[in-house]
Ligand binder design. Sequence first.
Ligand code: MN
Length: 249
Amino acid sequence: MPHTKTKTAAMDEPRHEREGEHVVTAEHKGSPVAVAIGQSFSGGQYTLPPLPYAYEALEPHIDAETMRLHHDKHHKAYVDNWNKTNQALAELRKAGGEIDQAKLNGLQEDLTFNASGHILHSVFWATMGPRAGGDPIGPLDDVITKTFGAFVAIKAHFAKAAMGVKGSGWAILAYEPVGDALVILQVRNHDLQGIWGSDPLLPLDVWEHAYYLKYKNARADYVAAWWNTVNWQAVGDTYIATLRMYGRK
Ligand code: MN
């Protein structure tokens, strides 16, 4: 969605200009996860919701082929494997006191890996969009400025966090509810180095499958291009919804 109040004016106005109060466009459902996850659980199974825009919608920054593979194959695998892991755990529990320790350890890892993969990808899709980019708006802009000094400062920190992920992982701008604070996380795989209870406002996938077709080994170019896909309206909406969920707005 455009950042401005009216669709007609949106395309012509500089994106860095704010119009006073943030105009929330999304229905308030609570946390970013609650907003993004949509109808992704039915009949006792986790399911893959469709991408919320066309595969080519993020061109030229993220190519259609990458989006198709990323959503239809990689994300789907995390959904399927979360279901399979739950099934395998249920089977394993039938052994009662004779549960196989090695099998259990493997499944516990599979559980957090796949569950977190499904959740993070759902938020990732929801925080990007066509005709996006620019600067944060409204209360999110205010708290970013308060926390990091300026948007350029958070961009530098966030990009370094993304660049520094060893192997596969994510950089995530998250809301940490205990201190009512924004925090940048450098997450390994999907599930390591997170903070309990924090809400992923803006996750960036830096697994090679997220960029290798177009950017090859140039992760920095992918990160720089990704900023052009960030839907600050959506991120700002969920930030406000998150504060309300905690009774802070
Ligand atoms: Mn991914």
